[in-house]
Design a protein around this ligand. Sequence first.
Ligand code: ZN
Length: 232
Amino acid sequence: MTTDGALVLFSGGQDSTTCLAWALTRFARVETVGFDYGQRHRIEMKVRLDVLSAMQARFPGWKPKMGEDHVLSLDVLKQIGGTALTGAMAIEMGADGLPTTFVPGRNVMFLTAAAALGYRRGIADLVGGMCETDFSGYPDCRDKAIVAVSEALTLALARRVSVHTPLMWIDKAATWSLAEELGGTALVDLIRDETATCYEGNRVRRHEWGYGCGVCPACDLRAKGYMKYISR
Ligand code: ZN
């Protein structure tokens, strides 16, 4: 098995696009995987392709390293339902103390599916944008959970599975700074203008920090991070 490749969990948002750039500066070959789980921000599936095209067009040095893009269906998450990301439900605090945007088991399933795909593709290194610093309280974004899942997958596949989380300990402002380090202002511009973070999938309202409804928690976090980044 080759060890020079990476598989990036790629949704077309700010975090996973930064992770993609991070992987492109470290690995010889980088593939991407997206998950269709009935998310209400359907635009994600289109945006991620637009972001990949923009990366290839604006970063000719990275283009030859960019391998196949995969989309896997995880309909089971919508079938189980009960979240604001997979059904018509208000985005608010739930009775469990977590936002209704929490999709139980999502990252565990994403990583399991990505590791299985990596197994087929000869890729042991997965890269994901999980972050415990600015995270919305999602327990499956915590480092301890991610490390435990990668250990479980390594045992279950009898093959090394490493999960790299370059954003784990940095906030949203630092994520913008990391993008600048990796790809200069050209990457910052690309991320600001092409990526979608908004839970509502709003691509109509343009703000200083990019497109989004400007109201949902994802927009709020992105806006605050960008403002902190540009005022540093
Ligand atoms: Zn929004």
